[in-house]
Design a protein around this ligand. Structure first.
Ligand code: PHE
Length: 569
């Protein structure tokens, strides 16, 4: 049941190229910026352990689903669902009916905005069936990139500032004031956002092999080299040991149910799952390549960078006497102050923000590629035109974020509309887009991808796709053996039903949907989990005395500002 292969469709030149490109998509601000501070806030080593579990139980299975769907159909997310959706799907009808009933219930409570949204979605599901999931992925790619590129622009700006010795802050408070001033300089923020989008567009414009693959083959190794240099510097500082043991000594008393959900939500964002980035990258993968091993490699590389990011930041933070639980300000506020205190601080600061810029860029191109691939596959546009148009529209959308980072002052009409329709608006446009994509679109996308592969396309067909090329990944043949995915192995003949392939099926059909659903309900505030234990009892003195930075948009991490509406990216 293999879909016809388009002979003129671009392909990765090698499986290493694919792994580096997909790892580049995964390794981004999520790994280098967010992972260290959520680790800092959730008990260090214990959180890292929980995160590893979430990645293995949910991250890898969902990634396998996405890559298998992409390679099987050789299409962008919408085209992929178009090809795999059966003429009639009971599950899609059930979801559509559920949405229409929800709309009626919401009307009874006069929740007009929510009712209209549920009604439109229900109608869309009846009309488009599972294709809605592909459409939602493309829209999510566009929306995430619109604000991701603004933060990528901050990293570029900070790299420039660091190189010109412009980040010489004695204290975190000084760094906070400077960061707030920087964000209020709309011209500079928009200019850096433009630079970031220009780089993304240029790479995607140049094609899959000549653009994305070549750029990632350069950027991903560069990331590891810069990280190695920074880690060496950090761990050899006097007093760094406390930071190292903070990363690796599990402190389970600070872990709560909420930390587990935060870890799971973060796994989704950081592995670029739930919106079709991996479907799109998988669609350029050759039939001879091993999907299972590639997914494991991508996850290992991303997780390695996340853990290394902690090892790069915390030893220096402890050595310089700062607190680990600084929240989202860790990277843009504490880190500059930490580097300023080091000898040759300019060099370390510049390298750090170069690392952040490169990581953001490699992720940004995967977001742009999702929309570009849609225009090329479904609308018949040539790649260059598709990349330029997508880049331009995303830049324009990002400008709205740039003028509305912390409040609605620049967009009062939109705020009014949201308040009228939905009862309240988030704290800013930035916050709204961030919440919509990370708390709603990615988890729902991931949930429906699992349900689709598990119950509609069927894990049997997916395993047929995964099995192609399963024996050709010599260097990780062990995984292939473990997976029981060989073409003609006795493991597949039913003699050993509990192979990793069947285990994967169980995870995709049952475990992942339930885990994602719980995380989603927590993210949108429908289920409440007690706040972090240490908030109430034994806060470590360093974290307790640290002022909480309020100068990043709360949107970026709503859970820090409002326990009722936590983001779980
Ligand atoms: N994984 C990227 C990060 O960690 C973000 C991303 C999300 C990229 C979704 C593509 C798709 O920053």
């Amino acid at each position: 049941m293999s879909a016809p292969v388009s002979p003129d469709r671009e392909k990765w030149s090698s499986r290493l190229g694919f792994i580096l490109a997909a790892a580049g998509s995964a390794i981004g601000l999520g790994s280098i910026w967010r992972f260290p501070y959520i680790t800092g806030e959730n008990g260090g080593g214990a959180f890292v352990l929980v995160y590893l579990l979430c990645v293995m139980a949910v991250g890898i299975p969902v990634m396998i689903c996405e890559i298998a769907m992409g390679r099987h159909t050789q299409r962008n997310p919408l085209g992929c669902f178009r090809r795999l959706t059966p003429p009639a799907s009971l599950l899609a009808h059930a979801v559509g009916t559920g949405l229409l009933l929800t709309a009626v219930a919401l009307l009874c409570f006069s929740a007009w905005g929510w009712a209209a949204t549920a009604l439109c979605l229900g109608a869309l599901v009846f009309w488009q069936s599972w294709r809605v999931v592909g459409l939602m992925g493309i829209l999510a790619g566009f929306l995430i990139l619109s604000y991701y590129s603004v933060i990528g622009g901050w990293a570029i700006a900070y790299m420039g500032k660091a190189a010109k010795a412009g980040l010489s802050f004695e204290t975190v408070v000084e760094a906070q004031v400077a960061f707030k001033g920087f964000k209020e300089n709309v011209g500079l923020v928009v200019f850096c956002h433009f630079l970031f989008m220009l780089l993304c567009t240029g790479i995607v414009y140049s094609g899959v092999q000549r653009g994305i693959e070549r750029a990632c083959t350069l950027m991903v190794p560069l990331l590891f080299i810069i990280m190695a240099i920074l880690i060496l510097r950090a761990v050899t500082l006097p007093g760094a040991r406390a930071g190292v043991s903070f990363c690796f000594t599990p402190s389970f008393k600070e872990l709560t149910g909420r930390s587990v959900l935060i870890a799971l939500g973060h796994a989704f964002f950081t592995l670029s799952l739930g919106m079709g980035a991996m479907i799109t990258y998988g669609s350029y993968l050759g039939r001879q390549d091993n999907i299972f091993a590639a997914s494991v490699w991508i996850t290992v590389l991303d997780t390695l960078v996340s853990v290394l990011a902690c090892l790069m930041i915390f030893p220096a933070v402890f050595a310089m006497g700062f607190a680990p639980g600084e929240g989202p300000g860790l990277v843009f506020q504490v880190v500059p102050a930490v580097f300023h205190r080091l000898p040759a601080g300019i060099l370390w600061g510049t390298l750090f923000f170069l690392l952040l810029s490169v990581a953001a860029l490699a992720s940004g191109i995967s977001l742009l590629e999702v929309v570009t691939a849609y225009l090329v596959d479904e609308r018949g546009w040539v790649r260059k035109r598709a990349a330029l148009a997508t880049g331009a529209v995303t830049f324009a959308m990002g400008c709205l974020t740039a003028v509305s980072l912390d409040d609605w002052k620049a967009l009062p009409a939109l705020e009014q509309l949201l308040v009228t329709g939905f009862g309240s608006a988030r704290s800013s446009f930035f916050d709204m887009i961030d919440n919509l994509t990370c708390n709603w679109m990615l988890p729902l996308g991931g949930l429906f991808i699992c349900l689709f592969v598990g119950w509609v396309w069927g894990t049997r067909h997916a395993v047929d796709e995964i099995r192609q090329g399963a024996g050709n990944f010599g260097d990780v043949h062990l995984f292939t053996l473990m997976a029981g995915l060989q073409e003609d192995s006795a493991h597949n003949a039913g003699t050993h039903p509990l192979t990793l392939a069947s285990l994967w099926g169980v995870f995709v059909r049952f475990v992942c949907p339930v885990a994602i659903l719980v995380t989603f309900l927590h993210a949108i505030g429908l289920i409440q989990v007690p706040p972090q234990a240490h908030d109430a009892v034994d806060d470590p003195p360093a974290a307790r005395s640290a002022p909480h930075p309020a100068s990043l948009p709360p949107s970026v991490v709503p859970q820090e500002t409002s326990p009722q509406e936590p983001a779980t990216r």
